[in-house]
Design a protein. Structure first.
Length: 98
């Protein structure tokens, strides 16, 4: 966020307004990530929940479901991206002073 803040401030925006705008950038990234997750990720490791209910092949075993979710590359990468974005915001919070 300090880089975002400095970039916005260098474009001529006053300091307090630039600081507020710099909080909107991570928020927009999280919203984009949420939309992509809804559009691209599967409901369950076995596919769409609606399709599984139609075929009545929904998996109930907890261990198998957890292992299948951890092996699913889509789920793991979305979680990693969300964690990195969260840690980046947490680590840079409070570093910029006027």
């Amino acid at each position: 966020m300090p880089l975002i803040y400095s970039g916005i401030k260098q474009s001529g925006v006053p300091g307090f307004t630039a600081w507020r705008w710099s909080f909107m950038v991570p928020g927009a990234m999280f919203l984009l990530l949420a939309m992509l997750t809804l559009l691209l990720a599967q409901d369950t490791p076995n596919g769409s929940y609606r399709d599984l209910r139609k075929t009545r092949s929904a998996q109930v075993d907890g261990k198998k479901t957890l292992l299948a979710a951890l092996r699913n590359y889509r789920c793991v990468w979305v979680c990693k991206i969300a964690l990195v974005l969260c840690l980046l915001e947490k680590g840079t919070c409070g570093c910029v002073r006027q």
